[in-house]
Write a protein that binds this ligand. Structure first.
Ligand code: SF4
Length: 217
């Protein structure tokens, strides 16, 4: 039996690379096996839902993959992590309307635990398979700055050795790309074991987001 895992998304990309066309085309992607157990692919978007033409996004935020709620609704960052992100952006005065949000992987990877679908980290192979979609989004949106939320997105764009714990909040350069700042993923903050850990992580996240704001100013 042939496996889609080896294939990657490249051959599923349309020639017309506008966001509207990409968003429709990604639903037919079979570049790895993750589509098999997901409800739908979840492509990136501005809060306004604008995908046609070139959106005016200064920042592209890249997370890991859609979560349970995103998978059902077909939109990124609409679950608890998205709500935390929105709250923190507001707190540091970053206009959410200028932030395009997406994920390194477009289909939800999960495992069942009872009746629940629990998030399962995508493999680097799946991240690489999905990379053509992220590259196409970058080309269409052309943000001034990329913000990687969490290690999966950061390692996808900055290399497997990149460590969030050591280098979060720093402006990184990668050839052929806009500047990149990596920080924590809001989901990881929500998964903190104790209230103290969560408060510490929110502090780090806000500090990094202030650097994002200052960079753009
Ligand atoms: S995760 Fe990405 S590469 Fe895999 S099927 Fe979905 S869109 Fe295609």
């Amino acid at each position: 039996m042939s496996s889609n895992k080896e294939q990657g998304a490249a051959s599923f990309l349309p020639t017309d690379r506008t966001l509207l066309v990409l968003q429709e085309a990604v639903q037919h992607c079979r570049g790895c096996d993750l589509y098999e157990h997901a409800t739908q692919a979840v492509f990136g978007e501005l809060e306004t839902g604008a995908r046609a033409g070139r959106p005016k996004a200064a920042i592209m935020m890249v997370g890991e993959q859609p979560g349970d709620q995103e998978d059902k609704e077909g939109r990124p960052f609409v679950g608890p992590a998205g709500r935390l992100l929105d709250k923190c952006l507001e707190e540091v005065d970053i206009d959410r309307r200028k932030v395009y949000v997406t994920n390194a992987v477009k289909h939800f990877r999960w495992e069942s635990r009872g009746k629940l679908r629990i998030h399962k980290k995508p493999s680097m192979k799946e991240v690489h398979a999905c990379r053509p979609w992220l590259d196409a989004e970058l080309e269409a949106v052309r943000p001034e700055l990329i913000v990687c939320l969490g290690a999966t997105a950061a390692q996808s764009l900055l290399g497997a050795k990149f460590k969030i714990t050591q280098s979060h909040g720093e402006v990184e350069k990668a050839e052929g790309r806009p500047p990149i700042i990596a920080t924590l993923h809001p989901s990881a903050i929500l998964r903190a074991r104790t209230v103290e850990d969560r408060e510490r992580d929110i502090g780090i996240f806000l500090q990094d987001l202030r650097k994002v704001r200052d960079f753009l100013n």
